[in-house]
Design a protein around this ligand. Sequence first.
Ligand code: GLN
Length: 535
Amino acid sequence: MSCFVFVTGGVLSSLGKGITSASLGTILKARGLKTTIMKCDPYLNVDPGTMSPYQHGEVFVTEDGAETDLDLGHYERFMDCNLSKHSSVTTGQVYSQVIQKERRGDYLGATVQVIPHITNSIKDMIERAARINDAQITIVEVGGTVGDIEGQPYLEAIRQMRNEIGRDKVCNLHLTYIPFTKSLGEMKTKPTQHSVREMRAIGLTPDIIVCRTQKPITTEARNKISLFCDIDRDKVLEARDVECLYEVPLMLEEQGLAQKVLKKLSINSEEPNLEEWKTMVSLFKQKKNKKVKIAVVGKYIKVADAYISITESLAHASLQSNHGLEIVWISSEQVEKDGTEKLLSEIDGVIVPGGFGDRGIEGKIQTIQFCRERQIPFFGICLGMQCAVIEYARNVVGLEKANSSEFISDTPHPVISLLPDQNGVVKGGTMRLGVYPCRISENTTAFSLYQTSLIYERHRHRFEVNNEFRNLLANKGLIIGGTSPDGQLVEMIELKGHPFFMGCQFHPEFKSRPNRPHPLFSGLFEAAARRSEEK
Ligand code: GLN
């Protein structure tokens, strides 16, 4: 039977609950404890797959093809694990399950209610994640803040679990925000007091409070939190702003977070082994030579979280290098307005990431043409690869109207299209999702980077390179470097005689880890670093 650490948040959203939860996971795992982690999202969507990246940031895809919250990406990167659909619960899923049961008559005529039916379903899902992962400790992050109407059933389920499985098997960690008022020069604890009061109203008391703060918390603030929130002083920890996210586990370890959690759960453990982690963090903080400028040319560039796994993958790739990384965010619509020369001539490498819809597509295609012709290292991911195929078809093969049938359904040259058996698909859960094998041809850049011919990568797309145009493209020099093992689906493209020109239909960014950068991102970064040296 697993123990549980419930992580709730107060005062503000986007405080870094995901990073705090992932960091706790890191330091528990470093003690050899079998730890898993999951997220409960109180919104009514079944999953974030249909939500706009403007609202929700990136959609993170698990190996088994679940479209999940971006926090699962943090969990996987911090804890170096692969999670599954069971690690992501939403109110949409909970209600769907309860309504299905009701329709089947499983409730035997009972009136179906939030308590007990919704809360039971939540508890089942939490326990299922613990069981499936055979975990000794399960960290459960509850999205949103305490006091949100949508979050109440989750808090109630947590309250019930504590009674059912025993108080010594449950630890409540609450993350709050401590504002600092410049005019008074004071740290304010009142928002924390209110948020803890809100928790208490539902029957929960925090065992540990982690305070997000810009400066170290003063003794006075700590005393106040201890007094008003009825918590020992040594259970009030701080999470200060840090230069690099991967420092957070070390900062929390230093304050004894893991020991305090384990004491509450009556678990003994070995000393943590965080040596590799510390080396990685010191590499991150090392002052580097010249910065390599990598542009991400996309649609959602105003929302930092929309491409978070790509940002992290680039950072991982730069870690071993003596070059620093500077990501330049460029809107593909801006490229359409200002032109490639103005926006891209100082850039050392370009990523065109995944996406949906036709806005800014021509800007992406122009960007790719510029990279191809000017020998600028280029990496196209999913839609980015599809745009590279369109660009090649138009400007090298001579199919002027080449396009994806996603954007122009009756284009005469649908080089990207749905497969014949895919016609009639609708949005929401109809994509090619999750991990699929890809066979890489030898003598390709892809092969030299991966050092193997069979790879497994995660997908999230509907459209494919149209096989009717494959020979035409290949005859004009586009290398199909990787396909599905049956050869039917194009998975990777590249060019010869270019410093780095790579496209993949899958999303490698979901598999990069801080201590194990993804080979394709390393390939791009190294090529871009060489270019920056030559300048
Ligand atoms: N819109 C494209 C498709 O559905 C690409 C998707 C993506 O980039 N994730 O195939």
